[in-house]
Ligand binder design. Structure first.
Ligand SMILES: NC(=O)c1ccc[n+]([C@@H]2O[C@H](COP(=O)([O-])OP(=O)(O)OC[C@H]3O[C@@H](n4cnc5c(N)ncnc54)[C@H](O)[C@@H]3O)[C@@H](O)[C@H]2O)c1
Length: 450
């Protein structure tokens, strides 16, 4: 490695750590990546990412070949000449919906043991408010070495992370001015805008607010969908026509809301408040609204199936299993497709489920306890019910409607993402279209045909 370059150790080479490592290596640092999972270390050093991200393999290979990045199983020992550490380990929820902090504690202890005097540590994982000051700082202090400490949150979008890392403003905070300045100097080499905030608690809160805000507006849209379902309004028009050239509303299209961040960050914000005896009302109510959707739709489909007199052992095709379709990803963490499968099986216990997702391997699909379909046609063939679960371009417009001739008669395509207009959904006779937020309208259409 080029010793003249400033060195940085990144701990945790998942979605956040690896993308940051590649961009920092490109931007003039020599990056020492640390990953606890030996298998990941092995494949990264061969130039292959363990997850899908636009251009990642190409850019990873380039920084490896120039010896600007390498992956390792352990943090380098003392006298290592690295004095910047960035923690990017996971903070998933435990079974009580509380954020796990054990991975951050472990990574910090390892840094405390190995770091040189006057090292700089940046926490980047999404955390409960107070984690930097009350958990990370005391562990580092026990080393009796001088250090500076910052919290600088990751805010990129999975699927577009490499380009967003260079474009998005970076929030900078520190436990003191020196910490702030050291972090600012580092991130000024990565992105053109840095925003300094008063303290680490402010930066920790910004990250949680960013994600809970998104959860909240999606929940609002999903509540509107449920209203539209009942009152007979067309939700797509309520949302799109309502905001066209009108500057004061910007409601998103309803849909399934999940993923590794939105499924947990409202709980992390809520957990942060307990110490202060505050209960979040809006944030948790929004989360619950989004979590309710698979139950709500499954119960509706059960009623529809009775009207259509489906047999018990129907075939159901699930299209788009990753937590989102745009930008495309293979990430199944927190994906609502898992909850849809659970709920659909409650109402159709004898159904046979087939899953299609171009970005997933056969094994990843089968791990969801469903059968694997290698193509949209294969999944839709002989199906009574097709569920469009994410907004991937693969399912837009005619790519699904052109294949409805393969389906059973008296069947349904249920579209969680309103990828088609009701009138455009020109399906083969006997195949019906229903979308979220259009239940009443679609049922009326089906009844008028019969
Ligand atoms: N995924 C995103 O797009 C995103 C965006 C913004 C923020 N975040 C936050 O960033 C954090 C990381 O998210 P992620 O999606 O990259 O998680 P991830 O699970 O993909 O990656 C974390 C990695 O850390 C490794 N690890 C755990 N303990 C370790 C240790 N002691 N030493 C070395 N490696 C260790 C794990 O094996 C794993 O590969 C989370 O707090 C998340 O909420 C994620």
């Amino acid at each position: 490695m080029d010793k003249k370059r400033e060195g940085v150790v990144i701990i945790g080479l998942g979605y956040v750590g690896l993308t940051l490592a590649v961009v920092m290596a490109e931007r003039g640092f020599r990056v020492y990546g640390v990953e606890i999972n030996k298998n990941i270390v092995k494949i990264l050093n061969r130039g292959k990412s363990h997850f899908f991200e636009t251009d990642i393999n190409l850019r990873l290979k380039r920084v490896l070949s120039k010896k600007l990045f390498s992956a390792h199983h352990r943090i380098p020992k003392a006298k290592n000449k690295f004095n910047n550490y960035i923690i990017t380990v996971g903070t998933p929820l435990n079974k009580f919906n509380r954020p796990r902090v054990d991975m951050i504690e472990r990574a910090t202890k390892e840094i405390a043991q190995s770091m040189e005097e006057d090292s700089h540590i940046i926490l980047r994982s999404t955390v409960k408010i107070g984690t930097t000051r009350n958990i990370v700082m005391p562990i580092l202090k026990k080393s009796h070495k001088k250090f500076s400490l910052s919290f600088c949150p990751e805010r990129t979008l999975e699927g577009d992370a490499l380009s967003e890392l260079e474009k998005l403003p970076q929030i900078i905070s520190g436990i003191n001015n020196v910490s702030m300045q050291r972090s600012e100097k580092i991130f000024q080499k990565v992105t053109s805008t840095t925003i300094k905030v008063s303290n680490v608690e402010t930066a920790e809160t910004i990250k949680l607010v960013d994600n809970t805000y998104r959860d909240l507006i999606f929940a609002y849209s999903n509540e509107i969908a449920m209203i539209a379902d009942k009152v007979g309004a067309n939700v797509k028009e309520v949302v799109s026509s309502g905001k066209k050239d009108y500057p004061r509303t910007n409601v998103p299209i309803p849909g399934l809301v999940g993923g590794p961040c939105l499924s947990k960050d409202s709980y992390i914000l809520n957990e942060s408040l307990k110490k202060f005896k505050i209960k979040s009302k809006i944030v948790m109510s929004a989360r619950k609204t989004n979590e309710f959707q698979p139950t709500y739709v499954s119960k509706f489909l059960e009623k529809v199936s009775k009207k259509l007199k489906w047999p018990k052992n129907i075939k159901i095709a699930l299209l788009g299993l990753a937590f989102k379709g745009v930008p495309e990803t293979s990430d199944l963490r927190g994906s609502m497709s898992i909850k849809v499968i659970e709920n659909i099986l409650k109402v159709f216990p004898k159904a046979i489920l087939y899953g299609y997702d171009r970005l997933l391997t056969k094994k990843e699909v089968q791990n969801l306890s469903i059968k694997y379909s290698p193509s949209i046609s294969n999944a839709m063939k002989e199906a009574h019910l097709v569920l469009i679960l994410n907004n991937h371009n693969d399912f837009q417009k005619f790519k699904v409607s052109n294949k409805t001739n393969l389906m059973k008669k008296n069947s349904i395509v249920y579209d969680f993402w309103n990828t088609m207009d009701i009138d455009q959904a020109n399906f083969t006779e006997g195949v019906n279209y229903i979308s979220l937020g259009n239940h009443a309208l679609c049922l009326k259409r089906i009844e008028s045909k019969s």
